[in-house]
Design a protein around this ligand. Sequence first.
Ligand SMILES: [Mg+2]
Length: 181
Amino acid sequence: MKRIALDMDEVLADVYAKLLIYFERDLGWQPKWEDYAGKKLYQLEGAQHLRKYLHARGFFGDLKVMANSQMVVQELQAHYEVFIVTAAQEFPNSLIDKYEWLEVHFPFIHWRNFVMCGDKSIIQADYMIDDHVRNLRNFQGTCLLYTASHNIHNTDFIRVNDWLEVRRFFQQELAKEGKTL
Ligand SMILES: [Mg+2]
């Protein structure tokens, strides 16, 4: 089976939905997508401190699941080996949060397929889905850039805006081999 390396934050787990709650609480207003399009939320004026919340134990434990991701990942598993590849070491306290989050929301992915790493350039697979251009640049296989506010101007990779587009991409890949998702 071909392998898919799947990012967690901003691909499976909605980090920004939670950061926006902190933003509004701390700064007293709710930014719209247009306000942070082309950058990260914590690059807005006065919001630099938001990044420190990512280091707190528990932050990654209760993130919302991206719409349709569970359904599509399960469908993909019929044809592909799916690995979760997350640069968790950047936030050491996130390690157990992420493991438990995956067990709750993606119980159909075996823990052997959890790859919590530092630098994703060590990863070899056939496909990588990630919102960070830096991770895709070092990847040898087919890259899918999952849309996030900070990557909207990049045109170097195949772009997917949501999980239904991920599904459509793999439907097309499988169709080349006469298979259906
Ligand atoms: Mg990510």
